[in-house]
Design a protein around this ligand. Structure first.
Ligand SMILES: [Mn+2]
Length: 345
Protein backbone atom coordinates (compact mmCIF):
# COMPACT_ATOMS: atom_id res chain seq x y z
CA UNK A 1 0.00 0.00 0.00
CA UNK A 2 1.23 3.45 -0.76
CA UNK A 3 0.10 6.32 1.38
CA UNK A 4 -0.27 9.82 -0.01
CA UNK A 5 -0.17 12.54 2.57
CA UNK A 6 -2.24 15.12 0.83
CA UNK A 7 -5.35 17.16 1.19
CA UNK A 8 -6.68 15.71 -2.05
CA UNK A 9 -9.48 13.27 -1.34
CA UNK A 10 -11.81 11.58 -3.78
CA UNK A 11 -14.21 14.55 -3.65
CA UNK A 12 -11.37 16.89 -4.66
CA UNK A 13 -10.40 14.60 -7.49
CA UNK A 14 -13.96 14.44 -8.76
CA UNK A 15 -14.34 18.24 -8.47
CA UNK A 16 -11.12 18.65 -10.47
CA UNK A 17 -12.18 16.03 -13.01
CA UNK A 18 -15.42 17.86 -13.41
CA UNK A 19 -13.68 21.23 -13.80
CA UNK A 20 -11.30 19.81 -16.39
CA UNK A 21 -14.05 18.04 -18.31
CA UNK A 22 -14.25 21.03 -20.63
CA UNK A 23 -11.33 22.82 -22.34
CA UNK A 24 -9.60 25.30 -20.00
CA UNK A 25 -6.69 27.70 -20.17
CA UNK A 26 -4.11 26.17 -17.87
CA UNK A 27 -0.64 27.25 -16.78
CA UNK A 28 1.99 25.03 -15.19
CA UNK A 29 4.79 26.66 -13.19
CA UNK A 30 7.86 25.38 -11.39
CA UNK A 31 10.77 26.67 -9.30
CA UNK A 32 13.74 28.85 -10.16
CA UNK A 33 16.79 27.05 -11.62
CA UNK A 34 14.55 24.23 -12.83
CA UNK A 35 16.06 20.75 -12.49
CA UNK A 36 15.20 17.41 -14.07
CA UNK A 37 12.24 16.84 -11.76
CA UNK A 38 10.88 20.37 -12.24
CA UNK A 39 11.00 20.17 -16.04
CA UNK A 40 10.13 16.46 -16.28
CA UNK A 41 7.05 16.75 -14.07
CA UNK A 42 5.93 20.01 -15.72
CA UNK A 43 6.25 18.66 -19.25
CA UNK A 44 4.73 15.28 -18.34
CA UNK A 45 1.65 17.01 -16.96
CA UNK A 46 1.68 19.51 -19.84
CA UNK A 47 1.57 16.74 -22.46
CA UNK A 48 -1.22 14.90 -20.63
CA UNK A 49 -3.41 18.00 -20.16
CA UNK A 50 -2.74 19.00 -23.76
CA UNK A 51 -3.94 15.57 -24.89
CA UNK A 52 -7.18 16.19 -22.97
CA UNK A 53 -7.77 19.23 -25.16
CA UNK A 54 -6.77 22.02 -22.81
CA UNK A 55 -4.82 25.11 -23.79
CA UNK A 56 -1.72 24.58 -21.65
CA UNK A 57 1.51 26.51 -21.16
CA UNK A 58 4.54 25.82 -18.98
CA UNK A 59 6.11 28.96 -17.51
CA UNK A 60 9.49 28.68 -15.77
CA UNK A 61 11.10 31.54 -13.80
CA UNK A 62 14.46 31.27 -15.58
CA UNK A 63 16.31 29.20 -18.17
CA UNK A 64 16.56 25.40 -17.70
CA UNK A 65 19.73 23.41 -18.44
CA UNK A 66 20.34 22.25 -22.03
CA UNK A 67 20.52 18.56 -21.02
CA UNK A 68 16.73 18.67 -20.50
CA UNK A 69 15.87 20.28 -23.82
CA UNK A 70 15.25 16.96 -25.63
CA UNK A 71 11.95 16.37 -23.82
CA UNK A 72 8.71 16.66 -25.77
CA UNK A 73 7.20 20.09 -25.33
CA UNK A 74 10.46 21.67 -24.13
CA UNK A 75 10.48 23.99 -27.15
CA UNK A 76 7.19 25.55 -26.04
CA UNK A 77 8.27 26.39 -22.46
CA UNK A 78 8.00 30.12 -21.69
CA UNK A 79 10.92 31.57 -19.74
CA UNK A 80 9.71 34.46 -17.58
CA UNK A 81 13.14 36.01 -17.01
CA UNK A 82 14.11 36.18 -20.68
CA UNK A 83 10.65 37.09 -22.08
CA UNK A 84 8.28 38.44 -19.41
CA UNK A 85 6.16 40.12 -22.08
CA UNK A 86 5.38 36.69 -23.55
CA UNK A 87 4.91 34.85 -20.25
CA UNK A 88 2.79 37.37 -18.33
CA UNK A 89 -0.22 37.62 -20.70
CA UNK A 90 -0.42 33.81 -20.74
CA UNK A 91 -0.25 33.73 -16.95
CA UNK A 92 -2.93 36.42 -16.65
CA UNK A 93 -5.25 34.51 -18.99
CA UNK A 94 -4.96 31.27 -16.98
CA UNK A 95 -8.10 29.85 -15.41
CA UNK A 96 -6.11 27.49 -13.20
CA UNK A 97 -2.44 27.40 -12.25
CA UNK A 98 -0.45 24.28 -11.40
CA UNK A 99 2.50 24.75 -9.05
CA UNK A 100 4.95 21.87 -9.35
CA UNK A 101 8.03 20.94 -7.32
CA UNK A 102 7.87 24.01 -5.07
CA UNK A 103 5.56 25.04 -2.27
CA UNK A 104 6.27 28.69 -1.56
CA UNK A 105 6.00 31.57 -4.04
CA UNK A 106 9.47 32.90 -3.26
CA UNK A 107 10.99 29.72 -4.78
CA UNK A 108 9.96 31.10 -8.19
CA UNK A 109 11.76 34.42 -7.73
CA UNK A 110 10.10 37.48 -9.19
CA UNK A 111 7.52 35.32 -11.00
CA UNK A 112 6.15 34.60 -7.52
CA UNK A 113 4.79 38.14 -7.21
CA UNK A 114 2.65 37.55 -10.31
CA UNK A 115 1.58 34.11 -9.10
CA UNK A 116 0.53 35.58 -5.78
CA UNK A 117 -1.57 38.19 -7.58
CA UNK A 118 -3.23 35.67 -9.91
CA UNK A 119 -6.65 35.20 -8.41
CA UNK A 120 -7.45 31.75 -9.82
CA UNK A 121 -7.45 28.31 -8.19
CA UNK A 122 -3.99 26.77 -7.79
CA UNK A 123 -3.12 23.10 -7.75
CA UNK A 124 0.04 22.46 -5.75
CA UNK A 125 1.82 19.16 -6.39
CA UNK A 126 5.07 18.85 -4.48
CA UNK A 127 7.31 16.78 -2.22
CA UNK A 128 9.16 19.45 -0.20
CA UNK A 129 8.67 20.09 3.53
CA UNK A 130 6.16 22.58 4.98
CA UNK A 131 4.00 23.79 2.09
CA UNK A 132 2.69 27.36 2.30
CA UNK A 133 -1.07 27.68 2.43
CA UNK A 134 -2.06 29.09 -0.95
CA UNK A 135 -3.43 26.20 -2.98
CA UNK A 136 -7.05 25.32 -3.60
CA UNK A 137 -5.89 21.75 -4.24
CA UNK A 138 -2.85 20.38 -2.45
CA UNK A 139 -1.08 17.14 -3.29
CA UNK A 140 1.91 17.15 -0.98
CA UNK A 141 3.90 14.11 0.07
CA UNK A 142 7.36 14.64 1.54
CA UNK A 143 8.05 10.91 1.34
CA UNK A 144 7.60 10.87 -2.44
CA UNK A 145 10.85 10.49 -4.38
CA UNK A 146 9.99 13.29 -6.77
CA UNK A 147 7.24 15.52 -8.04
CA UNK A 148 7.23 13.34 -11.17
CA UNK A 149 6.14 10.45 -8.95
CA UNK A 150 3.30 12.62 -7.63
CA UNK A 151 2.25 13.55 -11.18
CA UNK A 152 1.73 9.83 -11.74
CA UNK A 153 -0.34 9.67 -8.52
CA UNK A 154 -2.26 12.74 -9.63
CA UNK A 155 -2.96 11.18 -13.03
CA UNK A 156 -4.16 8.04 -11.28
CA UNK A 157 -6.52 10.04 -9.03
CA UNK A 158 -7.72 12.00 -12.05
CA UNK A 159 -8.30 8.79 -14.04
CA UNK A 160 -5.83 10.07 -16.63
CA UNK A 161 -3.49 7.06 -16.73
CA UNK A 162 -4.83 5.92 -20.08
CA UNK A 163 -3.22 9.08 -21.52
CA UNK A 164 0.28 7.84 -20.61
CA UNK A 165 2.41 7.51 -23.71
CA UNK A 166 6.07 7.28 -24.48
CA UNK A 167 6.67 11.05 -24.48
CA UNK A 168 4.93 11.59 -21.14
CA UNK A 169 6.73 8.56 -19.71
CA UNK A 170 10.13 9.94 -20.77
CA UNK A 171 9.43 13.22 -18.95
CA UNK A 172 8.20 11.59 -15.74
CA UNK A 173 10.96 8.99 -15.78
CA UNK A 174 13.53 11.80 -16.06
CA UNK A 175 12.06 13.36 -12.93
CA UNK A 176 12.28 10.05 -11.07
CA UNK A 177 15.86 9.40 -12.18
CA UNK A 178 17.27 12.85 -11.48
CA UNK A 179 15.62 13.33 -8.07
CA UNK A 180 16.59 9.87 -6.80
CA UNK A 181 20.21 9.93 -7.97
CA UNK A 182 19.27 7.13 -10.40
CA UNK A 183 17.13 5.25 -7.86
CA UNK A 184 19.69 5.25 -5.05
CA UNK A 185 18.56 7.86 -2.50
CA UNK A 186 16.47 6.68 0.46
CA UNK A 187 13.42 8.42 -1.02
CA UNK A 188 13.33 5.63 -3.63
CA UNK A 189 10.49 3.34 -2.61
CA UNK A 190 8.84 0.24 -3.93
CA UNK A 191 6.25 2.60 -5.36
CA UNK A 192 8.95 4.55 -7.24
CA UNK A 193 10.08 1.35 -8.95
CA UNK A 194 6.48 0.34 -9.61
CA UNK A 195 5.84 3.67 -11.35
CA UNK A 196 9.09 3.35 -13.34
CA UNK A 197 7.83 -0.06 -14.50
CA UNK A 198 4.46 1.42 -15.55
CA UNK A 199 6.31 4.12 -17.49
CA UNK A 200 8.41 1.49 -19.27
CA UNK A 201 5.22 -0.25 -20.41
CA UNK A 202 4.61 2.67 -22.81
CA UNK A 203 7.64 1.56 -24.83
CA UNK A 204 9.91 4.14 -23.26
CA UNK A 205 13.52 3.03 -23.50
CA UNK A 206 15.08 3.75 -20.13
CA UNK A 207 18.68 3.45 -21.35
CA UNK A 208 18.05 6.19 -23.92
CA UNK A 209 16.66 8.51 -21.25
CA UNK A 210 19.74 7.87 -19.07
CA UNK A 211 21.99 8.58 -22.04
CA UNK A 212 20.25 11.83 -22.88
CA UNK A 213 20.41 12.95 -19.26
CA UNK A 214 23.91 11.88 -18.33
CA UNK A 215 26.05 11.17 -21.40
CA UNK A 216 25.67 14.69 -22.56
CA UNK A 217 28.63 16.41 -20.90
CA UNK A 218 30.45 19.26 -22.56
CA UNK A 219 34.23 19.18 -22.30
CA UNK A 220 34.01 22.34 -20.17
CA UNK A 221 31.75 20.63 -17.68
CA UNK A 222 34.04 17.62 -17.33
CA UNK A 223 37.09 19.87 -16.91
CA UNK A 224 35.22 21.96 -14.33
CA UNK A 225 34.39 18.76 -12.43
CA UNK A 226 38.05 17.75 -12.51
CA UNK A 227 39.09 21.19 -11.26
CA UNK A 228 36.56 21.04 -8.40
CA UNK A 229 37.78 17.63 -7.25
CA UNK A 230 41.52 18.21 -7.58
CA UNK A 231 41.82 21.88 -6.59
CA UNK A 232 38.73 23.03 -4.73
CA UNK A 233 37.50 20.23 -2.48
CA UNK A 234 37.78 21.24 1.18
CA UNK A 235 37.41 18.46 3.74
CA UNK A 236 36.61 19.23 7.38
CA UNK A 237 36.78 15.84 9.12
CA UNK A 238 35.99 17.42 12.52
CA UNK A 239 32.55 18.35 11.14
CA UNK A 240 32.25 15.33 8.80
CA UNK A 241 31.76 17.95 6.10
CA UNK A 242 33.21 18.49 2.64
CA UNK A 243 32.59 21.50 0.45
CA UNK A 244 33.51 23.02 -2.89
CA UNK A 245 33.29 26.78 -3.42
CA UNK A 246 33.72 28.44 -6.80
CA UNK A 247 34.28 32.11 -7.57
CA UNK A 248 32.69 33.95 -10.47
CA UNK A 249 35.99 34.02 -12.34
CA UNK A 250 36.51 30.27 -11.88
CA UNK A 251 33.06 29.63 -13.37
CA UNK A 252 33.96 31.91 -16.24
CA UNK A 253 37.28 30.19 -16.82
CA UNK A 254 35.37 26.95 -17.58
CA UNK A 255 32.79 28.81 -19.68
CA UNK A 256 30.07 27.87 -17.18
CA UNK A 257 26.63 27.09 -18.60
CA UNK A 258 23.51 26.42 -16.60
CA UNK A 259 23.51 22.82 -15.40
CA UNK A 260 27.30 22.40 -15.58
CA UNK A 261 27.67 22.16 -11.81
CA UNK A 262 24.65 19.84 -11.40
CA UNK A 263 25.54 16.84 -9.25
CA UNK A 264 29.08 17.90 -8.38
CA UNK A 265 28.04 18.17 -4.72
CA UNK A 266 27.39 14.42 -4.71
CA UNK A 267 31.09 13.72 -5.24
CA UNK A 268 31.83 15.55 -2.00
CA UNK A 269 29.13 13.52 -0.24
CA UNK A 270 30.60 10.28 -1.58
CA UNK A 271 33.71 10.73 0.60
CA UNK A 272 34.18 8.20 3.36
CA UNK A 273 32.83 9.34 6.74
CA UNK A 274 31.29 12.55 5.36
CA UNK A 275 27.63 13.25 6.22
CA UNK A 276 27.33 16.83 4.97
CA UNK A 277 28.39 18.22 1.59
CA UNK A 278 28.04 21.76 0.29
CA UNK A 279 28.54 23.24 -3.15
CA UNK A 280 28.86 27.00 -3.15
CA UNK A 281 29.01 29.37 -6.10
CA UNK A 282 29.49 33.10 -6.40
CA UNK A 283 26.81 34.50 -8.75
CA UNK A 284 26.06 37.97 -10.08
CA UNK A 285 24.07 39.18 -7.10
CA UNK A 286 24.48 36.56 -4.40
CA UNK A 287 26.17 33.42 -3.17
CA UNK A 288 24.24 30.20 -3.86
CA UNK A 289 24.57 27.18 -1.62
CA UNK A 290 23.51 23.65 -2.38
CA UNK A 291 23.52 21.09 0.45
CA UNK A 292 23.40 17.29 0.50
CA UNK A 293 23.57 15.00 3.51
CA UNK A 294 23.02 11.47 4.72
CA UNK A 295 22.25 9.54 7.88
CA UNK A 296 19.43 11.86 8.90
CA UNK A 297 21.49 15.04 9.19
CA UNK A 298 18.84 17.63 8.37
CA UNK A 299 20.06 20.12 5.76
CA UNK A 300 16.54 21.50 5.23
CA UNK A 301 16.64 22.83 8.81
CA UNK A 302 20.21 24.09 8.38
CA UNK A 303 19.38 25.90 5.11
CA UNK A 304 16.24 27.45 6.59
CA UNK A 305 17.98 28.56 9.79
CA UNK A 306 21.07 30.16 8.28
CA UNK A 307 20.78 30.61 4.53
CA UNK A 308 17.20 31.68 3.83
CA UNK A 309 16.51 28.45 1.97
CA UNK A 310 15.13 24.97 2.47
CA UNK A 311 14.29 21.76 0.69
CA UNK A 312 14.41 18.19 1.95
CA UNK A 313 16.13 16.51 4.88
CA UNK A 314 18.96 15.25 2.65
CA UNK A 315 18.94 17.87 -0.13
CA UNK A 316 18.41 21.59 0.29
CA UNK A 317 19.68 24.93 -0.90
CA UNK A 318 20.01 28.51 0.15
CA UNK A 319 21.60 31.84 -0.61
CA UNK A 320 23.65 34.57 1.06
CA UNK A 321 23.98 38.25 0.21
CA UNK A 322 27.51 38.60 1.57
CA UNK A 323 30.92 37.90 0.04
CA UNK A 324 32.05 34.37 -0.74
CA UNK A 325 34.72 34.55 1.98
CA UNK A 326 32.16 35.76 4.52
CA UNK A 327 29.76 33.00 3.46
CA UNK A 328 32.41 30.32 4.04
CA UNK A 329 33.23 31.84 7.43
CA UNK A 330 29.54 31.83 8.32
CA UNK A 331 29.17 28.23 7.14
CA UNK A 332 32.10 27.04 9.21
CA UNK A 333 30.82 28.96 12.23
CA UNK A 334 27.45 27.20 12.07
CA UNK A 335 29.14 23.85 11.48
CA UNK A 336 31.06 24.40 14.70
CA UNK A 337 27.77 25.06 16.54
CA UNK A 338 26.46 21.72 15.26
CA UNK A 339 29.70 19.78 15.69
CA UNK A 340 28.41 17.21 18.15
CA UNK A 341 25.28 16.50 16.06
CA UNK A 342 27.44 16.08 12.97
CA UNK A 343 29.83 13.76 14.77
CA UNK A 344 26.95 11.63 16.03
CA UNK A 345 24.94 11.57 12.79
MN1 LIG B 1 11.77 17.48 -6.93
Amino acid sequence: MHKILSHLNSDDFSALRNYLSEPRKLVITTHRSPDGDAIGSSLGLYLALHKMGHEVAVIVPDEFPAFLAWMSGAESVLVYESAPSKALPVLRAAEMIFCLDYNAYHRTGELGLHLERANVPKVLIDHHQSPDDFAAYLLSDTSASSTAQLIYEFMEGMEMLQLLDREIAECLYSGLVTDTGSFRFNSTSERTHYIAAQLMKTGMENHLVHQRLFDNNSINRLRLLGFCLSEKLVVLPEYRTAYIALTKSELKRFNYKKGDTEGIVNYALSLQNIVFAAFITEREREIRLSFRSKDGWDVNRFARAYFNGGGHIHAAGGAAQISLAATLEKLEGHLAEHQSELQNA
